[in-house]
Design a protein. Structure first.
Length: 477
């Protein structure tokens, strides 16, 4: 998402400092170079942000500078310049891009985009190719496009765009695209038609896309049909996400040109320490492929090390829910769980905006009470925030109390603790509900201002965490 897209929601936001090192493995290339990247962003004023980044390797180097600004409430402007050096083939060049979007009204918007690059500009993928890239055949020299969008509740959303691209040999291609989409209750329908005029070496081509998506709450069925000069494809997909923590899907696609059918299934789930996903695909040519993936993060803090199932952003937090482990919290990034010490990572919080964190009280033990299960934090970008949820372990006990003669205590009698504080009232047939029996001690029963008797609790040393209350018998003497 371009940074300019975020400006409509308020003041300009710039990403913080980020860097990375890795090894690139690209199919079709014998090269696997080490890569290093670094990027940063700055807010120049409430409506303008500046972003810069560098990429370096033994085969390719590049630098980019981008400016996103919102001069008026309904206008967004983005500019970007990229400079590259292909060390392998000894090419140097630059690419410039500009885009502007303007909202004429709540229902109508227009956009414009343009780009141009020099003959020596190359992408990283070009530098990995073994052949000589001196040829300019098919490489774009400049392009521009304009578009208009219109939406109403009755008709839906309509869009029309035209573009023109010119390569270094002077060949030009014109593009036109029209689209429509509308929501009919639980059914979404979208269609688009594209046409290009081709070049001196390619034929004109038309493409049509149709998408239908039917939602059944946490389940959905989607289908699509794509047609072009070189063939048609159609597919259907069923998705089920009955649980926020896990989901699965089945899909099938038919390639009518090659008479090939492929079927695939996928599952994913979120655990307290990672995200897990896997997929299996098989086609009519008896080719089978599968994949599995696990991802997560580890945060070291003053009180230990805590795992997160999600990537940790530059603005994050640490939550503590007493000493309770396995408690689920709903965060802006998704659900997380506390470790055995009661700590949980809040993987991503909004910078300079309110973020809500809520404890799922259903995940608390039955004998744990929480004062406030919902909190909000307003974090500065790049900060680490600490959120504490106060919890109290209680031991609720329902007693069947008899007097010395084996008769039930009178209903309505008052029960006091050793300090003389009122605890509860005797119910029917001598039942006494103690809301918190952790303090122990003797309990005194009074009726009409006089003391009837006293009794004490004889309970197991360990409370029953999965029950709302325990039951026991007692004798009042």
């Amino acid at each position: 998402m371009p940074a300019s897209a975020l400006l409509l929601n308020g003041n300009a936001v710039a990403p913080g400092l980020s860097f990375g090192v890795g090894k690139l493995d690209q199919n079709g290339s014998s090269e696997a170079p080490l890569l290093a990247t670094i990027a940063n962003g700055w807010v120049l004023n409430p409506h303008t942000s500046l972003n810069a980044g560098l990429l370096g390797s033994t085969l390719y180097r590049a630098g980019a500078l981008g400016l996103d600004t919102q001069p008026w409430d309904s206008t967004l402007v983005s500019l970007q310049g990229t400079f590259s050096e292909d060390v392998t083939h000894n090419f140097r060049g630059a690419s410039l891009m500009a885009s502007l979007s303007h909202r004429l009204s709540e229902r109508v918007s227009v956009s414009f985009n343009a780009s141009q690059q020099t003959n020596g500009y190359r992408e990283l993928s070009d530098a990995l190719q073994d052949d000589d890239l001196d040829s300019t055949q098919g490489r774009s020299f400049k392009q521009f496009g304009v578009g208009v969008g219109w939406s109403t509740q009755t008709v839906g959303s309509l869009s029309l765009s035209v573009a023109r691209s010119t390569d270094f040999n002077g060949d030009s291609t014109n593009y036109v695209r029209g689209g429509w989409s509308k929501q009919f209750g639980q059914v979404y329908v979208g269609a688009s038609l594209e046409r290009d005029t081709g070049t001196s070496t390619t034929e004109p081509e038309s493409r049509f896309y149709l998408t239908v998506n039917i939602s059944f709450g946490s389940r959905s069925v989607s289908s699509y049909v794509n047609t072009a000069n070189n063939g048609s494809r159609a597919g259907v997909r069923y998705s089920d996400r009955s649980s926020q923590d896990r989901g699965w899907s089945l899909s099938s696609e038919q390639d009518f040109r090659n008479q090939r059918t492929s079927t695939s299934g996928a599952v994913d789930m979120v655990t307290p320490v990672s995200q897990l996903s896997g997929s299996l695909n098989r086609d009519s040519d008896n080719y089978t492929s599968w994949s599995a993936r696990a991802s997560g993060a580890v945060v070291a803090h003053n009180n230990g090390v805590t795992f997160s199932p999600y990537r940790v952003g530059d603005t994050f937090g640490i939550a503590k829910v007493g000493e309770e482990g396995g408690v689920r919290l709903d965060t802006p990034a998704g659900p997380t769980w506390t470790d055995t010490s009661g700590y949980a990572v809040l993987p991503s919080l909004s910078g300079y905006k309110r973020s809500s964190i809520q404890v799922d009280t259903r995940s608390l033990a039955k004998n744990v009470d929480i004062a406030n299960a919902y909190q909000e934090t307003e974090a500065a970008r790049g900060s680490v925030n600490h959120v504490n949820f106060d919890v109290v372990r209680t031991r609720r006990v329902l007693l069947d109390v008899m007097d010395a003669e084996g008769n039930p205590l009178p209903g309505g009698a008052s029960v006091f603790n050793d300090a003389g504080d009122f605890v509860t009232v005797v119910g029917e047939k001598g039942s006494v509900f103690i809301p918190d029996a952790n303090h122990g001690g003797n309990l005194e029963v009074q009726y009409s201002g006089r003391t009837l008797c006293t009794f004490s609790l004889a309970l197991p040393e360990k409370a029953q965490a999965n029950e709302l209350y325990e039951t026991a018998d007692a004798q009042c003497r």
